[in-house]
Write a protein that binds this ligand. Structure first.
Ligand SMILES: [Zn+2]
Length: 236
C-alpha cells in the first residue's frame, strides 16, 4: 500500500492488517558518468514495488535527498545535512506513530556512513520515546553482503560500480548512458579532505563494465526475499 496512492478510508482499513511502514531513502547524487543522479532512490522504490505485490504493508513516498560526503563536490550531487535528515525522519515517524503505525523500516538505497548513522541515531532516540515501536535501518548492500560478494566479479565493488549499474540496467535500462571506466577513490586516509574531486574524479567505485541486467535481477530478487523475511519477523 503506497500511502500516497490510497485514501484515508483505505489507510484505516489497512491498519487492521498491518502496523508496519517502510520508508525508502535515496539521494540526489552523482553515480559516475553513466548512471542517473536518482540511482539510490530508484533502486529501493523498485524493490518495494515487488514487495508490495507479495505482502500488505504501508510504504511511504521516498525521501529523495540524503547525506552525501565523498561525492559532495561532484556535478549534480545535491546533499542535505545529517541534522536535516534526522529532523525530517523524526517528524515523519512521530506523526506516523500518532496515526497508528508501530513498526518502522527505514530502507536506504544510499550506503553512506554519515547518512546511515543519522538514521540509526533517530532509531536510538525514538525507541526510548515511543512505546511499543520496532525500528530497523536497512541498506540492501550491507543486508546482502555475502550474496553480493558472490554475484559481483569485481572485488571491493561499491558506488556506481558493477552491482549498482546492474540494478539500473534491470530496472531502467534507458537511463544507463554507456559505462564509466573502472575506478577506485584514492582519498588520503585517515584525513577528511575538502577537494573530493581531486581524489575521486570519475565518482565510480568498482568496474561498471562487469554489470549485466541478469545480475541486477538476481539482486532485486534477493532483496525482495530478504525484506519479506524481515517483515515476517517484525510482525510476529
Ligand atoms: Zn548509490
Amino acid at each position: 500500500m503506497f500511502i500516497d496512492e490510497i485514501t484515508m478510508t483505505e489507510f484505516t482499513e489497512g491498519l487492521k492488517h498491518t502496523r508496519t511502514i517502510i520508508i525508502p531513502y535515496g539521494t540526489v547524487e552523482e553515480h559516475g558518468s553513466h548512471l542517473p543522479l536518482g540511482t539510490d532512490t530508484i533502486i529501493p522504490v523498485e524493490i518495494l514495488k515487488a514487495v508490495a505485490k507479495r505482502r500488505k504493508v504501508f510504504i511511504a513516498p521516498p525521501i529523495h535527498y540524503g547525506v552525501c560526503t565523498s561525492t559532495r563536490e561532484h556535478p549534480g550531487t545535491i546533499t542535505i545535512t545529517a541534522e536535516t535528515l534526522r529532523r525530517l525522519t523524526m517528524d515523519i515517524i512521530r506523526d506516523a506513530y500518532k496515526k497508528g503505525l508501530r513498526n518502522f523500516i527505514l530502507l536506504s538505497g544510499h550506503g553512506g556512513g554519515l547518512h546511515l548513522n543519522a538514521l540509526k541515531e533517530v532509531g536510538e532516540i525514538l525507541i526510548e520515546e515511543l512505546e511499543e515501536i520496532k525500528i530497523a535501518v536497512i541498506c540492501p548492500y550491507s543486508m546482502l553482503w555475502d550474496e553480493l560478494c558472490e554475484i559481483a566479479e569485481t572485488e571491493n565493488d561499491s558506488h556506481a560500480g558493477e552491482i549498482e549499474t546492474s540494478l539500473i540496467l534491470a530496472i531502467r535500462p534507458e537511463l544507463v548512458k554507456g559505462r564509466a571506466p573502472k575506478e577506485y577513490p584514492s582519498f588520503p586516509k585517515p584525513f577528511i579532505v575538502k577537494e573530493k574531486l581531486k581524489y575521486w574524479s570519475g565518482g565510480v567505485w568498482g568496474d561498471p563494465s562487469k554489470a549485466s541486467k541478469d545480475k541486477g535481477l538476481r539482486v532485486i530478487n534477493l532483496a525482495v526475499e530478504k525484506l519479506l523475511q524481515i517483515l515476517e519477523e517484525v510482525e510476529k
